[in-house]
Ligand binder design. Structure first.
Ligand SMILES: CC(C)(COP(=O)(O)OP(=O)(O)OC[C@H]1O[C@@H](n2cnc3c(N)ncnc32)[C@H](O)[C@@H]1OP(=O)(O)O)[C@@H](O)C(=O)NCCC(=O)NCCS
Length: 149
C-alpha cells in the first residue's frame, strides 16, 4: 500500500472524488486549496482523501472515498490514520461534515470522532438537487471532531 500526496492535476481524481461528494461544483470549491492523498495498492488507485486547514488548530476532511470494489480492506481507515499522523503535531483537531447516514456516523465514531454540531438544511441549501443515501434524503450536515491532543 502506498499513499501519495497529489499536488498537480487534482481534477484527474474527479471520478473517485465524486464518490465522496456527488456534486462536482462543490468539489471544485475546495479541491485546489485542498491537500489530496491518494492510496494505491499495487499501483492501482483504491481510495482518496482531501483535507484543508480551517485555522491554526483545525484540519478538515473534505472528501474520503474508496471505490466500491476495494471497500472493507482498511484503506479509508489507513488514510484517516495517515492524515492524523501527518497533522497531529501542528494541529489540535481533525473535523469533517457528513450526511446523516448511520453507517457513515458509525464508521467515524469507531475511529475516534465525536459529533459536535449540525448545519441545518445544508444539503437542501447547497446542492442543486436532492441527495439520497441508503434510500434516505440528506438534509442536515453533521459535524464530527477527533481531538489529537
Ligand atoms: C466510507 C468509505 C470511505 C469506507 O471506505 P473503506 O476503504 O471501505 O473503509 P475501511 O475498509 O477502512 O473500513 C470499512 C468500514 O466502512 C464501513 N462501510 C462500508 N460501506 C459503507 C458506506 N457506504 N458508508 C459508510 N461506511 C461504510 C464498513 O462497515 C466498515 O466499518 P467497520 O470497519 O467499522 O466495520 C467507503 O465506504 C465509501 O467510499 N463510501 C462512499 C462515500 C462516503 O460515504 N464517504 C464518507 C462520507 S464523506
Amino acid at each position: 500500500m502506498q499513499i501519495k500526496e497529489i499536488t498537480t492535476n487534482k481534477a484527474d481524481y474527479m471520478d473517485i472524488l465524486l464518490i465522496g461528494d456527488e456534486d462536482e461544483k462543490m468539489i471544485n470549491k475546495y479541491i485546489e486549496q485542498s491537500t489530496v492523498f491518494a492510496l494505491y495498492e499495487k499501483d492501482v488507485l483504491t481510495s482518496v482523501c482531501a483535507v484543508i486547514p480551517i485555522n491554526n488548530e483545525t484540519i478538515e476532511i473534505k472528501n474520503l472515498a474508496t471505490y466500491p470494489q476495494y471497500r472493507n480492506r482498511g484503506y479509508a481507515s489507513a488514510l484517516i490514520n495517515f492524515v492524523s499522523n501527518k497533522y497531529k503535531t501542528n494541529y489540535k483537531y481533525l473535523i469533517l461534515g457528513t450526511g446523516e447516514n448511520n453507517n457513515t456516523l458509525k464508521f467515524y465514531k469507531k475511529r475516534g470522532f465525536q459529533e459536535t454540531h449540525r448545519l441545518q438544511n445544508f444539503f437542501i441549501d447547497n446542492y442543486g438537487h436532492p441527495i439520497f443515501e441508503d434510500g434516505k434524503q440528506l438534509v442536515d450536515m453533521i459535524y464530527l471532531k477527533k481531538i489529537f491532543h
